[in-house]
Design a protein around this ligand. Structure first.
Ligand code: ADP
Length: 437
């Protein structure tokens, strides 16, 4: 600051020296005034330089000025640098925040006070079938044409959510999107969207499952309570009593089988992948299941089925013995139950070149129409309801088989021809097979 005034005084001193030299007081005085005016003009020009530099924002090319002006320029430069780094910091924080919202599996959309789209993450665009480039700043009601959504938005009660069909929904593959609006700020809205297709499907499956189980249990229960009532109210002779008790025992057995199949399924769903420490010989597995199938054939048809085993070599299967016995046992029990007496049931094992093992159960039963095959492993799905029930089926056997094999990393393949018979193949991956040396 001081040097600035030294400059002014210096200029005035030089001008007064000129008046003194000329010996004129007037010249001396006017010289001083002229020097002061010249200094003020120079100072204003420097001020103008600083203003121009600030206005242009050309921060890298700062003006080269003396005295206090340089100090001022330096101070402004430092402030500007601080502001710039803070702005950069804020911008990178905002970018990270937006990236996090982009990564969200839920759709997030910001609407302005008129309901126009201000910002949205990609998920919301996909959920709602909106074009991320073209549709920004458009009214959301013009883009989401579902009447339920329009009513929800105009009603303004955002305590609940609204479900609309997704843009890629179809009759065979329905997609459901749930939308919830949260008002904020001055008439602004935050719109959140979620794909609830899987949740709704799971809920529908749960409802179906409960309905199926209730239905399966209701029939034997009705039969048992009917017999109990009869036995309580009607005098019966010994033979009748024994006949009724046998029928009641049969129904109780049916409920017991259902409960044990349900427990097996829930155990399969809730337990970890089968250990690699336990093994079972394929020959042992096949022999044990075939023996059980022979016993069942004896009970149902008086041993009317012919059994054949084709196993050129033996291997060890790595996995859970009980589960594997249950899977192959179910296939053989089905073969017996759905093949009329005098039919042939064969079990064959093949070691594939890649090291996989295939165990096939073939029968000469009535066969299954092609439209049923993809649904056979669904719970409670039955082609022949009465035969299934009459032979003690629960409709859960193939669901158990599929679960067991998938838990062992394999798959179930079904082939069938009406009037010829069916083949159910269990395919085990090579890493679940130990070859015997
Ligand atoms: P279920 O207890 O009714 O046998 P499963 O899940 O084991 O239940 O089988 C589902 C349905 O698949 C059966 O109800 C039956 O209609 C059909 N099915 C299964 N195995 C055979 C087979 N070997 N031959 C013909 N139909 C079969």
């Amino acid at each position: 600051m001081g040097t600035r005034y030294v400059e002014l005084l210096g200029m005035m001193f030089v001008a007064s020296l000129w008046g003194w030299y000329e010996g004129s007081m007037l010249l001396l005085f006017s010289g001083c005034v002229l020097a002061a005016v010249a200094w003020m003009a120079l100072d204003s020009w420097r001020f103008g330089q600083v203003l121009h530099w600030m206005r242009e924002g050309d921060w890298a090319n700062e003006p080269n000025l003396p005295h206090v002006w340089q100090l001022l320029v330096n101070k402004i430069r430092r402030l500007q640098k601080n502001l710039q780094s803070k702005a950069q910091e804020n911008q990178s924080r905002l970018d990270e925040f937006l990236l996090a919202i982009q990564a969200s599996p839920n759709g997030v959309m910001l609407l302005d006070s008129d309901g126009r789209i201000e910002w949205s993450n990609q998920t919301a665009f996909e959920h709602l079938g909106i074009d991320s480039q073209r549709d920004l700043q458009q009214h959301v009601v013009n883009l989401i044409r579902d009447p339920g959504f329009s009513a929800y938005l105009s009603k303004g009660d955002f305590q609940t959510e609204v479900s609309i069909p997704g843009p890629r929904t179809s009759a065979s593959k329905p997609v459901v999107i749930a939308i919830r609006v949260h008002p904020y700020g001055i008439r602004r809205k935050l719109l959140l969207s979620r794909d609830v297709t899987a949740v709704q499907q799971a809920e529908a499956m749960r409802r179906d499952f409960v309905a199926n189980v209730s239905h399966e249990i209701r029939t034997p229960l009705t039969v048992i309570s009917g017999f109990v009532e009869t036995m309580q109210s009607v005098p019966l002779d010994e033979a009748e009593r024994n006949q009724y008790l046998a029928l009641m025992a049969q129904q109780a057995q049916r409920m017991q089988t259902l409960v044990s199949d349900l427990l097996m399924l829930s155990k399969l769903e809730g337990s970890p992948i089968p250990s690699r420490q336990t093994t079972i010989l394929a020959s042992e597995l096949i022999a044990q299941c075939v023996q059980e199938a022979r016993n069942l054939s004896e009970v149902l048809t008086g041993g009317g089925h012919a059994f054949a085993i084709d196993q050129p070599q033996d291997v060890q299967l790595i996995g859970n013995r009980t589960e594997l016995l249950s899977a192959l046992g179910n296939l053989l029990s089905n073969a017996v139950r759905y093949t009329p007496a005098k039919g042939k049931i064969s079990v064959s094992m093949r070691l594939m070149p890649e090291g996989d093992v295939q165990i096939a159960v073939s029968d000469t039963g009535a066969g299954i129409a092609p439209e049923h095959i993809p649904r056979l492993t669904e719970r409670f799905y039955r082609v022949d309801r009465s035969r299934s029930r009459d032979t003690g089926g629960t409709g859960l056997g193939l669901a158990i088989v599929k679960h067991v094999i998938q838990r062992h990393g394999g798959q179930v393949k079904i082939e069938s021809q009406m009037g010829v018979g069916s083949v159910f193949r269990l395919q085990f991956p090579a890493d679940r097979v130990r070859q015997l040396s």
